[in-house]
Design a binder for this molecule. Structure first.
Ligand SMILES: [Zn+2]
Length: 82
């Protein structure tokens, strides 16, 4: 049995099947939690690391955007204020 670090509610986790990195949602407060240790069983707040992975995917798309950036540079060179 582990406890939620957010609200201290007891969370039933199958310690036999639990692995470090497993994500669990607290049934009391809905906080996303991750198993950080299995002996003893410990839960911590799930981080936003998954979102960072998604950002990496976006970087691949940036290469396609370079063509558009060139067009923007032409506009900047012709600064209307000068
Ligand atoms: Zn909770």
């Amino acid at each position: 049995m582990a406890t939620c670090p957010e609200c201290d509610a007891p969370i039933e986790v199958d310690e036999v099947d639990a692995d470090v990195g497993d994500e669990i949602s607290c049934t009391e407060c809905g906080q996303n939690l991750v198993v950080v240790n299995t002996d003893p069983l410990e839960l911590d707040f799930a981080t936003d690391e998954d979102d960072e992975d998604e950002d990496d995917d976006d970087d691949l798309d940036d290469e396609d955007d370079e063509l558009d950036d060139d067009a923007d540079d032409d506009v900047e060179d012709g600064d209307w204020d000068e």
